[in-house]
Design a protein around this ligand. Structure first.
Ligand SMILES: Nc1ncnc2c1ncn2[C@@H]1O[C@H](COP(=O)(O)OP(=O)(O)OP(=O)(O)O)[C@@H](O)[C@H]1O
Ligand SMILES: [Mg+2]
Length: 157
């Protein structure tokens, strides 16, 4: 599922002339959830990463996927990093708000949708500064979530 999302994004990222790397371990446990919605999550996050690198020299976006052993449950961590403009401190708290955007053509709905879908999957998201510049967004999806809800939504359009 993640592999599919990453492959689609790979093409899109490189069409923008952005260098792309991904590290994906084929032995990762299967994720349960709504594939369509989760794909939308990664598509939105990757769009943001690509957009943030516009005008940057040697634009780069990377995706790393790894197992996260938590106290309560095992998760899969997906990290999307870019070397773009970064997020200003005063914007950081507002970026998940619907209609908050700093881009002239943005709706500001991307991250609001991301957060809602991740909530439905009991997943977490965190945003950090990348070094020396840019942003890293990490999503942790539980491997064994209480999936009754998300599974029921598979047929939903
Ligand atoms: N990777 C990133 N690097 C820098 N800024 C980011 C990144 N991701 C999000 N942001 C900031 O968060 C804001 C909100 O993001 P969000 O995806 O919700 O809306 P948008 O990208 O502006 O519009 P849309 O998603 O509709 O195209 C962006 O306008 C941008 O300021
Ligand atoms: Mg967006």
């Amino acid at each position: 599922m993640i592999a599919v999302a990453i492959n689609i994004s790979h093409r899109r990222i490189e069409e923008h002339g952005v260098e792309f790397t991904s590290h994906y371990h084929p032995g990762l446990p299967t994720l349960h959830g709504d594939a369509t919605k989760l794909r939308q999550v990664f598509s939105n996050l990757i769009s943001n990463a690509v957009q943030a690198t516009h005008g940057v020299e040697n634009p780069r976006v990377s995706i790393d996927t790894m197992v996260e052993l938590g106290q309560a449950a095992t998760g899969i961590r997906i990290e999307i990093c870019d070397n773009g403009t970064g997020i200003r401190e005063e914007e950081r708290e507002r970026i998940f708000e619907p209609f908050f955007t700093t881009r002239s053509k943005g709706t500001g709905l991307g991250l609001a949708i991301v957060r809602r879908i991740l909530d439905q999957h009991q997943a977490s998201i965190s945003i950090e500064t990348n070094h020396p510049s840019g942003t890293c967004v990490s999503v942790v999806l539980p491997v064994t979530p209480q999936i009754s809800r998300s599974r029921g939504e598979v047929a939903e359009r």
